[in-house]
Design a protein around this ligand. Structure first.
Ligand code: GLC
Length: 572
């Protein structure tokens, strides 16, 4: 097997800077806090950090509305603090990739302020301007996609919040300015980028209207109220067709190639991972993005053996068709998605399922991305009051359904708490002290702390408990690091009709590993003697989430406990 690159063997850990660690006691995370926690990450056993946006921003979209691409948000520190963080990370062999938001800027970015000031300023064509709204397009966050600006007597286009105007990527000056920003951080030594929302960069040049007979808020509401299978299907169909002309349009391959060639000018195998599931954006496997996320694995609220197998066949066969080969990238949560514990739980075995799903993302073929807080089992926190909502797509929805649709405020709040991404962005729980040890007692944190930090869901208590989820993650990460087959081994599914468990081999040149994930509450008696790679050999236990009396087992008589994660090396 060809030698793998660092981004193929690494486990990534996403840090959401506002919520990770508060180093200056103001209720907001910052670089001082992150830097102080680097040893925690070393102990955890991760290899790379994906840092969500750390740039100056008015925070209409929690940092994804950037007003300066080459600086640090004052609440997070200074550029010097960033450099210290980067240096300290590299010192510990932790790579760092940044978030790169190409589609839009903040409406307070100087580029936009200039662009909107008149029709003939030097940046007049840097955003998408029209004389009258040419169609019924919606923004995916807050209704009408076209916003009137009196200074120009024209409308601009936005796919996300109205405070996030879309850049005009057909303009070569826009590209140049953005590539300068890209180089700025690469010159400082960052190891790559996670590309935000790339699918939204170009729009249908014919501006074809969508055919959904609803506005965004109406469709959201329709989806919430859909009870019959028919209505649910219809809602899904509408979501797809509402944005189809604003998403995944021509032009992106050329753009990604251009960006890739900049990245490749730098030493050290810098990398790009796209926030998109479309493998086409990996080009020939060596000329566009290095990775795209396997979101289809995560896009379900019940992870089952059948779902995983289907996903793997589909993704891995597609990746193998790339002329230069492709590498998988698995993730189950991030700052936009429900927490693993909540999302894939069944309310009875949430703890067991969280352990199984952690093992899933760390044993499947591909680069795993973990999200901060998952390692201690943080759960979604439904905000009780609208005044606490920071995710503006949430507050926009609340006010729209209350004022325009007459929805009862109590119900509206419940719906909002469920749909806003605040629920999975609450501050990290470092201990069971007040404010979860994130900020000192008495400080108001930027989002409320989930009160369940008192129930053992915090780092300090879990560090002291050998059976905690945190220690489970540490152990699993260590086993992964020490087991070449789990990093580079080919994927071979076994017992492919089982509904109860997911069993597979990872086979590398010198090692063979068997993984069994029991998604059922049944004790299983399994027989792998029908598998030629395993038959007549012994199974040497590398990891088990249960208690095993013996280290070695025979493949024809393998007992697996309910919800057990079992990893073994297949030995002669
Ligand atoms: C991406 C980000 C999300 C953000 C959006 C607009 O989907 O992950 O948090 O709101 O892009 O930048």
């Amino acid at each position: 097997m060809a030698k793998l690159k660092w981004w193929q063997t690494a486990v990534f850990y996403q840090i959401y800077p506002r919520s990770f660690a508060d180093g200056n006691d103001d209720g907001i995370g910052d670089f001082k806090g992150i830097t102080e926690k680097l040893d925690y990450l070393v102990n955890l056993g991760i290899d790379a950090i994906w840092l969500s946006p750390h740039f100056p921003s008015p925070n209409w979209d929690c940092g994804y509305d950037i007003s300066d691409y080459t600086n640090v948000a004052p609440e997070y520190g200074t550029l010097e603090d960033f450099k210290t963080f980067l240096k300290e990370s590299h010192k510990r062999n932790i790579r760092v990739i940044l978030d790169l938001v190409l589609n839009h800027t903040s409406d307070e970015h100087p580029w936009f302020l200039e662009s909107k000031s008149s029709r003939d300023n030097p940046k007049a064509d840097w955003y998408v301007w029209v004389d009258t709204p040419p169609n019924n397009w919606q923004s995916c966050f807050d209704g009408d996609a076209w916003i009137y600006v009196p200074e120009r007597g024209q409308y601009y286009y936005h796919y996300f919040m109205k405070q996030q105007p879309d850049l005009n990527w057909h303009n070569p000056e826009v590209k140049q300015a953005m590539w300068d920003a890209v180089r700025f951080w690469l010159d400082l030594g960052v190891d790559g980028y996670r590309l935000d929302a790339i699918g939204t960069i170009f729009e249908d040049p014919n501006l074809t209207p969508h055919e959904v007979p609803m506005t965004l808020a109406e469709l959201r509401r329709f989806t919430e109220l859909a009870e019959t299978a028919e209505d649910k299907q219809l809602a899904e169909k509408h979501w797809k067709s509402m944005f189809k002309n604003q998403f995944g349009q021509a032009g992106l391959h050329e753009l990604m190639k251009e960006l890739r060639s900049i990245i490749d000018e730098y030493e050290g195998d810098r990398m790009l991972v796209g926030e998109d599931e479309n493998i086409d954006y990996m080009g020939n496997g060596n000329d566009e993005l290095h990775l795209v996320f396997n979101f289809p694995l995560a896009d379900t609220n019940r992870i089952t053996p059948e779902h995983i197998r289907r996903n793997q066949v589909e993704r891995l066969s597609r990746l193998s068709q790339l002329p230069m080969g492709g590498w998988a990238c698995n993730t189950l949560s991030n700052h936009d998605r429900s927490r693993i514990y909540t999302n894939y739980g069944d309310k009875h075995h949430d703890a067991e399922l969280a352990r199984l799903n952690a093992a899933l993302s760390l044993t499947l073929l591909g680069t795993p991305f973990l999200y901060n807080g998952e390692e201690i089992g943080m759960t979604d926190y439904l905000l009780p009051h609208i005044s606490q909502v920071k995710d503006t797509m949430g507050s926009w929805y609340y006010h729209t359904i209350v004022t325009e649709m007459g929805v009862d405020p109590e119900e509206a709040m419940f719906r909002t708490a469920e749909m806003t991404r605040d629920k999975n962005r609450t501050p990290m729980h470092w201990s069971n002290k007040p404010n979860a040890g994130f900020s000192p007692d008495g400080v108001t944190t930027w989002l409320p702390i989930n009160p369940n930090y008192k129930d053992g869901i915090n780092v300090r208590e879990q560090e002291l408990n050998p059976d905690s989820l945190l220690n489970y993650y540490k152990h699993l990460l260590k086993v992964r690091r020490e087991t070449a087959a789990l990093i580079e081994g080919k994927y071979l599914p076994l017992h492919e009709t089982s509904q109860e468990y997911f069993a597979f081999l990872r086979s590398s040149e010198n090692q063979l590993a068997l993984i069994v994930l029991n998604y059922s509450e049944k004790r299983l008696n399994l027989d792998f003697s029908d598998t030629s790679e395993v038959s007549g050999r012994k199974l040497h236990t590398l990891f088990s989430s249960g208690v095993r009396s013996r280290v070695d087992h025979t493949p024809n008589k393998l007992t697996i406990a309910p919800f057990e994660v079992f990893i073994a090396e297949v030995k002669p």
